[in-house]
Design a protein around this ligand. Structure first.
Ligand SMILES: Cc1cc2nc3c(=O)[nH]c(=O)nc-3n(C[C@H](O)[C@H](O)[C@H](O)COP(=O)(O)O)c2cc1C
Length: 198
């Protein structure tokens, strides 16, 4: 068993193969800006989507992030990585975007890769798990799986734009969603703003 003593607890960022790579990129940058240490695992389809949507290889994105802070990238096949263990010092995990395939693996407990295992450990250790599911419309199977995760203690945060904030760009929408993710992770406080409706 690896030694983890003394390390500053990190946050795990899980990225799967749903549309929304831009959300994961913005979340990673926002967390690093706040001095958070990140353990990152991206599924194979997550990497494919990254290339498709961000016009860069996922490894180039992680190289960018590394210039801003402490990032450890794990291969999804590496189920023996430290984040597989409940004794590894982690405060919580954010999965953004979360595909319906990954959601199903988490809800059934029948995970096959490191992202699934890390989320399973996060739940069993009663740490914060924040899931940003992306699919539309949602089938009854998706809805049941989301309910299962919510019952197990996860925060389910669909990436819905807050139109009442009057966003004028995609970047405004992304930033508002990332704020919600960081609040759900306990990294930042929710603003005491009387105009904040939901
Ligand atoms: C262009 C493209 C877009 C996709 N968008 C979504 C999506 O928004 N939500 C989703 O659940 N799956 C989506 N998928 C399907 C997933 O990538 C597929 O189910 C994959 O097996 C997910 O694997 P993962 O959860 O291990 O990343 C998309 C696939 C492609 C090729």
């Amino acid at each position: 068993m690896p030694e983890h003593g003394g390390a500053r607890p990190s946050l795990i960022l899980g990225i799967s193969g749903a549309t929304g790579a831009v959300l994961a990129d913005a979340a990673a940058r926002a967390l690093l800006r706040r001095g958070e240490r990140l353990d990152v695992v991206c599924s194979d389809y997550g990497e494919l989507m990254w290339h498709h949507e961000m016009h860069e290889r996922f490894r180039d994105a992680t190289a960018r992030w590394l210039t801003h802070g402490d990032v450890t990238v794990h291969r999804p096949q590496d189920v023996a990585a430290p984040i597989s263990s409940g004794s590894y010092p982690v405060r919580g995990m954010l999965i953004v975007p979360c595909s319906m395939a990954t959601l199903g693996a988490l809800a059934s407990g029948a995970g096959t890769n490191l992202l699934h295992r890390a989320a399973d450990v996060t739940l069993k250790e009663k740490r914060r798990l924040v899931v940003v599911p992306r699919e539309t419309p949602l089938s009854i199977i998706h809805l049941r799986n989301l309910l299962t995760l919510a019952e197990a203690g996860a925060a389910v945060l669909p990436p819905e734009p807050a139109f009442y904030l009057r966003p004028s760009s995609v970047s405004d929408i992304v930033d508002a969603l990332v704020d919600r993710m960081l609040q759900a992770l306990g990294v930042i406080e929710a603003p005491a703003d009387e105009h904040r409706w939901a």
